[in-house]
Design a protein around this ligand. Structure first.
Ligand code: NAD
Ligand code: GLY
Length: 366
């Protein structure tokens, strides 16, 4: 079992990583959350059908009042309607200020249930029990949110969990596309912070199927350590935390433009990172070997060109709604070299020109 400590100004807590942890989550939670009056487990349909009975069984060993609320699977559940339904479940089951929410699932459940915890009775405790590879990122750092049709993660709060329990053995039921989605955020962590780790990924993860056993655990640990280091410096994204948005300016715009859930978050971010590298070469006027990144991303199975029906103008409009934008000017995280990124203002004209060039490049090579 591995423990990574997260130290933010608002809260300190641990991320515990290991195998076969589900059966003891009650004791792990009890150690850090005293006097819990009731527990509400939020899970999606898929995760519930696989593991909910194990979680309930474990929690009932310590807690008398254990309730569950099941949401539909997929990105569309990060909606106002599901947020409201979670609050209704909390109220119906008489949760009080000493109750606890367990977010049991991927980033969708974590973001939604975390935001419910942040807002129910102005905030109650919650624990993240992530079940996807992507959630090595989303369960750590305290960003919680739901989507608005006009923009991704537009309604939310910074609200840290009491504990993150990451049982890696749950990842073996994840479909390949979801493993790939999570892998995008691992690559992101390497590219923004740690050149040596990126080298390790290139050498050890030739294809997605290599993400197993010790290599999987190492990749997850490194990803979480990088995230921990960043959020410790800047919990509320006044500075360096924005670097975690590498690939997200285009990624979020794509997700919103295509309709939530059409492309996985990780695929959208991977394409966004590729575009950010493409822009970085032009913005800094220096080679970053974009073509080799493109070949690598292609080998891992990520999309490497924009869907043909998506218009650059509409993407630009969505990118301007990004939370990093200031006075309607897009600010993108660009890469100076592997392991070093910077936030830069990009004019609409340049961005549109580079979006068209990126489409053309994709068409030529695709
Ligand atoms: P997800 O929660 O929708 O999970 C992906 C799919 O995998 C779902 O269909 C789910 O039912 C299924 N699933 C989950 N665990 C499973 C398991 N163990 N076995 C089989 N199937 C399983 O999506 P995700 O990729 O985990 O998260 C994406 C979300 O995370 C996005 O909304 C994104 O915006 C958010 N995110 C948030 C942060 C943050 O800092 N808060 C960071 C990155 C991403
Ligand atoms: N995933 C971006 C962040 O946590 O800041």
């Amino acid at each position: 079992m591995k423990r990574i400590h997260i130290a933010t100004p608002s809260k300190r807590y641990d991320v515990v990583i290991g195998n076969e942890l589900l059966h003891m989550i009650d004791r792990m939670i009890d150690r850090v959350c005293p006097h819990v009056t009731a527990v509400l487990v939020v899970a999606d349909e898929t995760v519930a059908s696989l593991y909910l009975s194990d979680v309930q069984h474990a929690l009932r060993q310590t807690y008398d009042r254990v309730y569950t609320h099941i949401i539909p699977s997929g990105e569309e559940a990060k909606s106002f309607e599901q947020f409201y339904a979670c609050h209704t479940a909390a109220l119906t089951n008489n949760l009080d200020r000493d109750s606890l929410i367990v977010a049991f699932g991927g980033g969708v459940v974590g973001d939604l249930a975390g935001f419910v915890a942040a807002t129910y009775m102005r905030g109650i405790r919650f624990v993240q029990v992530p079940t996807t590879l992507l959630a090595h990122d989303s369960a750590v750092g305290g960003k919680t949110a739901i989507n608005h049709p006009l923009g991704k993660n537009m309604i939310g709060a910074f609200y840290q969990p009491e504990l993150v329990i990451y049982d890696i053995s749950l990842l073996y039921t994840l479909p390949e596309r979801e493993m790939r989605s999570g892998f995008a955020e691992i690559i992101k962590h390497a590219l923004i912070y740690d050149r040596a780790f990126f080298g390790w990924l290139q050498a050890n993860i030739q294809k997605l199927a290599d993400l197993r056993g010790d290599r999987l655990q190492y990749a997850i640990q490194k990803g979480i350590e990088i995230k921990a280091a960043v959020v410790a410096q800047d919990e509320k994204e006044h500075g360096v935390r924005a670097h975690l948005n590498f690939g997200h300016t285009l990624g979020h715009a794509l997700e919103s433009e295509l309709g939530y859930g059409v492309m996985t978050h990780g695929d959208a971010v991977a394409l966004g990172m590729l575009f950010a590298i493409f822009v970085s070469e032009r913005f800094y006027k220096q080679p970053l070997f974009y073509s080799s990144f493109r070949a690598l991303f292609h080998r891992y199975g990520f999309p490497t060109s924009l869907p043909s029906h998506v218009s650059p103008e509409r993407l630009l409009a969505k990118m301007k709604k990004d939370k990093k934008s200031k006075e309607q000017t897009v600010r993108m995280v660009l890469m100076k070299e592997i392991g070093t990124v910077c936030v830069e203002r990009i004019s609409d004209d340049e961005l549109l020109q580079w979006l068209y060039a990126f489409v053309e490049e994709g068409g030529r090579q695709g």
